[in-house]
Design a protein around this ligand. Structure first.
Ligand SMILES: Cc1ncc(COP(=O)(O)O)c(C=O)c1O
Length: 416
């Protein structure tokens, strides 16, 4: 940790790369260039070691034993909740519920809060930028409960049409559920201002921070939101772990999502009562190793400093945009305004299917994504079926961007 803090101030991606064992391998005989960070991030040795140490030395079920291993596992797992709470500025650690991922977090809120608190005619406001995981659960509630979904659009530059927000917020708006940073355009939405306006009509606010929390400092008390969700695997943590932040009073008032062991206080055949927070929402044996691994990921990110990560990515982003914009056969989506962005660029090479683009980049050891990025409404709004997408993180450097652009030139020559 001390080693990492000494590095803070500016990021040296080549030094940081040494912390990630995956970069020792080659892909098709070439050094790995990993530009698929919006899908998932690589894992530092400290996270891998932490999980290894847990299984080697502490493995035991939590909360159920008085023996030493069980006590240690319980403390480590609870500590991980505390680390996440501190990381996002939550008042209390019991406001953090561990889930499998952002998708499960959103479903938990749709079932645990929406199913019981929304009535026919109530409105949920989302944006056209949402990932499918922040659309489909609300459609489930529309079909089950007769709620209405309102959608805030985007303009040609890829920014939310904020001038339309006041008309979409009504006294029936019970929840505003918004993506913080777009996984397609990189746009960072003004969640604090949206929250302020939502509160004026008495709506709750849920932030999907899956693409923002790994890349920029977040403080839930400063935003003023009621809920926030994210996935551990996009922030250097293991797969299979995510979380919800929820205001304590709201979580206390909510119904459980899953029922069974660990989430109960007392069970009789007549009636059962629920455990205290956050366990009321963590039924069954949770992903203990994953939760502890997420805690180690938070330690690593804290050691580097989120502002340093953001500065580094902004530098990479403007470098890549300048390089790519030099070619009129590369069409870049979004990034046309001064709005803040995370390091995500969706693009197409004229006349070439994005899968072919991604395939040829892979031949050079460069990992990028191609497809609809689980955001089909946004894709169709911006008249794109599929795009290729590069996305940066703290271990990427400018030489990698140069190599990527050089390979795109080859792609154009061969396919275009
Ligand atoms: C903005 C956003 N929200 C939610 C998700 C869902 O994350 P997960 O698949 O980890 O549940 C993603 C995944 O790409 C995303 O980009």
């Amino acid at each position: 940790m001390e080693k990492l803090i000494q590095r803070a101030g500016s990021i040296d991606p080549n030094l940081l790369k040494k912390d990630f064992p995956v970069f020792e391998r080659k892909v098709h005989g070439k050094p790995l260039i990993y530009l698929d960070n919006a899908a998932t991030t690589q894992k530092p040795q400290s996270v891998i070691d932490c999980i290894d140490n847990y299984y080697r030395n502490h493995n035991s079920n939590i909360h159920r034993g008085v023996h030493t291993l069980s006590y240690e596992s319980t403390v480590m797992y609870e500590d991980a909740h505390k680390k996440v709470a501190d990381f996002i500025g939550a008042d209390k650690w019991n406001e953090i519920i561990f889930t499998r991922n952002a998708t499960e977090s959103l479903n938990l809120l749709a079932y645990g809060w929406g199913l019981h608190r929304l009535e026919e005619g109530d409105e949920v406001l989302i944006t056209i930028m949402e990932h499918h995981s922040n659309i489909v659960p609300w459609q489930m509630l529309r079909d089950l409960k007769g709620i209405k979904i309102n959608v805030l659009g985007v303009d040609d530059r890829g920014d939310l049409k904020l001038d339309e927000l006041p008309d979409l917020l009504t006294e029936r708006t019970k929840l505003v559920s918004i993506i913080h940073a777009s996984n397609v355009l990189g746009t960072v939405n003004p969640v604090k201002e949206i929250t302020r306006q939502a509160k004026e009509v008495g709506a709750l606010v849920l932030i999907d921070a899956a693409q923002s929390i790994p890349h920029l400092p977040i403080d839930v008390s400063e935003i003023g939101c009621d809920f926030l969700v994210a996935s551990g695997h996009k922030m250097l943590g293991p797969t299979g772990i995510g979380f919800i932040y929820g205001r304590e009073s709201l979580l206390e008032d909510m119904e459980p999502f899953m029922y069974g062991g660990d989430m109960i206080e007392k069970v009789t055949f007549e009636k059962s009562t629920w455990n205290e927070l956050p366990w009321k929402f963590e039924a069954g044996t949770p992903n203990i190793a994953g939760g502890i691994g997420l805690g180690a990921a938070v330690d690593y990110l804290d050691g580097i400093g989120l502002q340093n990560i953001l500065d580094h990515e902004e530098d990479l982003l403007s470098y890549a945009l300048e390089k790519m914009s030099a070619y009129d056969w590369i069409k870049i989506y979004g990034h046309k305004s001064t709005t803040e962005s995370v390091g995500v660029i969706s693009f197409n090479v004229e006349g070439v299917h994005p899968h072919d683009v991604a395939g040829m980049l892979d031949e050079e050891g460069i990992a990028v994504r191609s497809g609809h990025h689980c955001a089909q409404p946004l894709m169709s709004e911006l008249s794109m079926d599929y795009t290729a997408r590069i996305s940066f993180y703290l271990y990427n450097n400018k030489e990698e961007i140069d190599l990527c652009v050089e390979t795109l030139k080859k792609v154009k020559k061969i396919f275009g």
